[in-house]
Design a binder for this molecule. Structure first.
Ligand code: PLP
Length: 456
């Protein structure tokens, strides 16, 4: 590990040990932190800081609790891992994690009616209002991941045996959310271009209705799917669903938090986002937003009464199981939110970087982009069967030669060993890093005598 990264973690951890000393004192100060112990720790930190400044010293960070290695992937590498890019925390989120790490830390000022989304200190209630506004929907809740958002919707709308129309590029969590509710998924075929068309959705709704005698209860569509990150015409599909009086769930796992999403304009009845995928938030986090029409259904409150005690918990929402993201997960999500809102305004630049890298890849003869091209997203599926995989064919490390070459250049996150179809995500990388990435791909290609068409 890079020594400055080492020393940064060492300093952070050493400060946490000071913090623990402060936590162990009496509130009236009569039981001061033992000064010898305190001074020793301060000296330790000073030495770490001296090393940090000079970039010297020996690595001492070790494992957390003897088992957890320090994760320095984002500090030391360019990470192109497809699902990790837009979930990378902001510095504000990391600070919130430190400050609110204790269990129910969000609940210090929880007052009647005792519900997470009503807490005003810290401003959790306002955050909920802001989230709904950000997505142009009426009401929003935070949920532990997009999948729990799907589940809240299917569990509210779908009865055993009901059909739910999904895309044939749908994420597995959509399948599971339907299954958990006892429903059955019905997939809309994708076109040859790997894009789901509104007409095919209409046809599927007709076919399901005819075959089962019942219209589907819900249509779920991924704006950008996880396989190709191709864009699907959600607005057109919402129109179709509404013609059949079926609500539309907009799966924004790859959009909410990276590009502007206007739920009502798209015709979505439910907008779902993933905090850890696209909102620079810790896992598990996400958002479920809906309209006034559906709020009372998905956010219905409990009507259960204890048979012995007669207890009722009036305002608790059944699908949320009362409260959802307590503590640092939510606080970090809130801490990232101003930056997340801002960054959605720069999506076009992210797309330019994505296309820039694809051009570099395509300059290596035999390489292809399997996703729609030019790219409209930062996640892309590429095929290097005709380039890097040819090298892998005769290399003693097989496909691993490619990951070796990348990691030698400080690039990680591609599926190790894969040289045919693989995915990468450029979200949030600076132009400098994207250029470096492009140059590295060309360099590796030339090293193994693949033809590279360098222009200009
Ligand atoms: C990642 C992903 C999900 C799951 O999101 P979680 O927040 O991890 O539950 C759902 N759908 C799509 C399209 C995804 O890419």
């Amino acid at each position: 590990m890079n020594i400055r990264v080492q020393k940064t973690f060492e300093a952070l951890f050493a400060l946490e040990d000071i913090r623990e000393m402060l936590r162990s004192t009496l509130p009236d100060g009569s039981d001061q932190v033992e000064s010898r112990e305190f001074n020793e720790q301060i000296n330790r930190i000073k030495n770490i800081i001296t090393d940090l400044e000079a970039g010297t010293g020996s690595p001492n960070v070790g494992k957390i609790a003897g088992t957890l290695p320090v994760r320095s992937r984002e500090e030391e590498y360019i990470n192109i891992q497809p699902i990790q890019a837009a979930g990378r925390l902001t510095p504000e989120a990391r600070k919130a994690l430190i400050a609110y790490g204790d269990g129910y830390s969000a609940c210090d000022s929880c007052r009647k009616p005792f519900r997470l989304d009503k807490i005003s200190k810290p401003p959790i209630a306002d955050f909920h209002t802001d989230l709904a506004q950000f997505l142009n929907m009426d009401t929003a809740r935070v949920v532990p991941g997009a999948r729990r958002g799907f589940q809240a919707v299917t569990s509210s709308l779908v009865e055993p045996g009901d059909s739910v129309v999904v895309s044939s590029l749908a994420h597995y969590t959509e399948f599971l959310a339907v299954e958990a509710a006892g429903g059955i998924v019905k997939e809309v075929p994708k076109g040859l271009d790997n894009i789901i068309k509104p007409d095919d959705v209409a046809e599927k709704i007709e076919a399901v209705t005819k075959d089962t005698g019942k219209a589907p209860k819900l249509v779920m569509i991924d704006h950008f799917d996880y396989q190709f990150a191709n864009e699907h015409d959600v607005r057109g599909i919402a129109k179709v669903a509404h013609q059949y009086d079926i609500p539309l769930l907009y799966n924004g796992a790859y959009t909410v938090g990276v590009m502007p999403v206007n739920g009502k304009k798209l015709g979505a009845d439910f907008v779902i986002g993933s905090g850890h995928k696209s909102m620079a938030s810790p896992a598990p986090s996400g958002v479920l937003a809906t309209t006034d029409e559906w709020a009372d259904v998905v956010f219905r409150t409990t009507s259960m009464v204890g048979d012995l005690t007669g207890r009722k918990f009036g305002v608790k929402e059944v699908e949320m199981l009362g409260c959802t993201l307590m503590g640092s997960t939510l606080m970090a999500m809130m801490a990232s939110f101003p930056a997340v809102k801002e960054r959605t305004l720069h999506w076009e630049d992210e797309i330019r970087k994505s296309n820039f890298l694809m051009e570099k890849l395509l300059s290596i003869e035999g390489s292809e982009v399997l996703s729609e091209y030019p790219r409209k997203h930062t996640l892309s599926k590429v095929d290097t069967t005709g380039s890097f995989d040819v090298v892998a064919g005769t290399h003693k490390r097989k496909g691993f030669f490619f990951s070796d070459e990348l990691s030698k250049r400080g690039i990680v996150g591609e599926f190790a060993g894969a040289t045919r179809a693989w995915k990468l995500n450029t979200y949030g990388l600076s132009w400098e890093k994207v250029r470096y990435l492009g140059d590295s791909l060309q360099e590796i290609a030339e090293k193994y005598e693949l033809k590279v068409n360098r222009q200009g």
